[in-house]
Design a protein around this ligand. Structure first.
Ligand SMILES: [Zn+2]
Length: 169
């Protein structure tokens, strides 16, 4: 099943390492979770992908520039394993971690550009590690009842994840 043109339900529920899935049955979405996933795919993921492809695919001489999901839906057990936040939007099927690779090069700056230019609605955006301009991956969460555009930066400090709020990004 497709959540949007270029995002499948399988990708959303199985992104990341398969070894981490302790109980595959917990990875079946409830109707409410599925509706949230479809919303996230169509309001956030798909417009970003369309933007990057319409502007840059021909520049890079590529038929399509894919966006790769690193993490989508997480059951509580999986969230615990990956040390996700206690109230992670991933457990509510309202968040994705994803990245843009162009010919092997990380181009998450293109995702950031798309979010800014298209004014994508979101609840939480985290620029995860890497640099501000080109993070290692992008965490994007959408709760339609709380479009607050909270932008955060995740870095490591003394081997611990540190999250800061950003007012300019
Ligand atoms: Zn995330």
């Amino acid at each position: 099943m497709k959540l949007s043109k270029n995002l499948t339900l399988f990708e959303f529920t199985h992104a990341g390492s398969g070894k981490k899935f302790l109980n595959p049955k917990q990875h079946i979405l409830t109707p409410v979770q599925l509706a949230r996933a479809i919303d996230l795919a169509n309001v956030c993921f798909q417009p970003i992908r369309n933007y990057i492809n319409s502007l840059y695919a021909s520049d890079f001489n590529m038929p399509e520039i894919p966006l790769k999901l690193i993490s989508g839906f997480r059951c509580p057990a999986l969230n615990l394993q990956v040390e996700g936040s206690k109230n992670s939007y991933h457990m509510r099927a309202q968040a994705i971690d994803f990245r843009c690779l162009v010919k092997g090069k990380l181009r998450n700056d293109l995702i950031i550009e798309a979010i800014k230019v298209l004014q994508i609605p979101f609840t939480e955006l985290i620029l995860e590690y890497g640099t501000m301009k080109n993070p290692l991956w992008i965490h994007l969460a959408l709760d339609e009842n709380n479009i607050c555009h909270s932008v955060k930066r995740a870095t490591f400090f003394k081997n611990k994840k540190v999250i800061q709020h950003l007012f300019i990004w």
